[in-house]
Write a protein that binds this ligand. Structure first.
Ligand SMILES: O=C(CO)COP(=O)(O)O
Ligand SMILES: [Zn+2]
Length: 219
């Protein structure tokens, strides 16, 4: 009884990964074969985008299906950031999906000198606070380094989004849609931050941030 239902559900998730991947790619939020997406399955396994795949042209049938230990069950070989995704899920039982992109303005912020490694972007807008909150910077590692997973582990319990230095954002959400929305909000706020650098912009006050956090709690 439950097996056909579960497969039906998994096919819906495969379609959703492909269509949201295409939407992100088509809007220039990640380039070439960069970026990756994963979704946690009810049995503790995952769907992950394959390594070296373009998010704009994913084949739902070839998406990597991993068991709860991270072993490949079917599809192409998974993203080289598999361990980064798995470490973030380990620390965030409330999260059902993760998006990692090389979105230009977020990457730009990740390369800036003097960013606060505990909080890379100030609270400029309400939606940034509602969807992202505090954004820590993860020290640089080579892409796919298993150590990157360990570096994120210490931060992911408290933060649904982290910024990899000289690389890009990793954002978790309750659902894939939520993770995508948060990634978009992060990229737009990084863009605003760069636009306004040198202008001494008026950010939200601690009281305004606290009010948003009380009214719109993040996962
Ligand atoms: O963004 C990427 C590495 O950080 C892309 O890697 P994959 O093609 O292995 O998913
Ligand atoms: Zn990357």
């Amino acid at each position: 009884m439950s097996t056909p239902l579960r497969h039906h559900h998994q096919n819906t998730l495969r379609e959703q990964i492909s269509s949201l991947g295409k939407s992100l790619f088509d809007r220039g939020l990640t380039m070439g074969s960069s970026g990756n997406i994963s979704v946690r399955l009810d049995d503790g396994g995952w769907l992950m985008t394959p390594t070296n795949a373009c998010l704009g042209r994913l084949d739902p049938a070839r998406i990597s299906h991993l068991d709860p230990h991270g072993q490949l069950l079917s599809g192409d070989a998974p993203t080289k950031e598999q361990f980064l995704h798995m470490a973030m899920y380990d620390e965030r039982p409330q999260s059902g999906a993760i998006v990692h992109l090389h979105s230009t303005h977020s990457v730009a912020v990740s390369c800036l000198p003097g960013v606060d490694p505990c909080d890379c972007i100030p609270p400029l807008t309400a939606y940034y606070v509602m969807r992202v909150g505090k954004l820590p910077l993860v020290p640089y590692h080579i892409p796919g380094d298993p150590q990157l997973g360990e570096a994120v582990r210490g931060l992911a319990g408290k933060h649904s989004a982290v910024l990899l230095a000289n690389h890009g954002p990793v954002v978790a959400g309750k659902t894939l849609e939520a993770a995508v929305y948060a990634t978009e909000e992060l990229e737009e706020t990084a863009k605003l931050y760069l636009l306004l650098r040198g202008e001494n912009p008026r950010g939200l006050t601690p009281e305004q941030v606290a009010e948003l956090e009380a009214r719109f709690p993040r996962d």
